[in-house]
Design a protein. Sequence first.
Length: 133
Amino acid sequence: WIFFLSIALLIFNLTAFAQDAVLQDQIFIVKVLQKVPGDKPINTQGEELIILGNGLSSSFSKKEGFLSAAIGLQNEEQATPGAVTFTAACTNARNCALKWTCTIKDDKIEGKAEKFFTGKLAGEYIFSGVKKK
C-alpha cells in the first residue's frame, strides 16, 4: 500500500505543478455565442475571460454577480495532446450556478459555460478566443 500511496502523491504533485504552470495569470479575449432557452442565439465580441491563480472569471460573469470560480483539472487522458482541459464552478447571490468547461492549447481557449437557475438550465455560452497580449 505504501507503493500505491507514493504513486498517488507523485500524480497529485505532477497535476498541481501542471496546473500552476499553465493556468496562472492569463487573460483571454473571447467571442461568445449565447444560447438562452426560447430565444435566438446572440453573438458577442471582446469578452474577457480571466484566469488568476486557481480562479476563473469573465466580464460577463462579474456583471451577473458571480465571484471567481474555483478551477479543477480534468482527467488528462481525455485532453487533446498539448492541451489543458479544466472545469470551474461558482454561484451568485440570486441562487444561480455557473459551470465552466474549458480547453487551453498554446495561446487559444475554447469551451462552454452553462448557467443554471434553481437547477434548470437558464443559458449556455459557447466561447473561443486568444490570449491577450
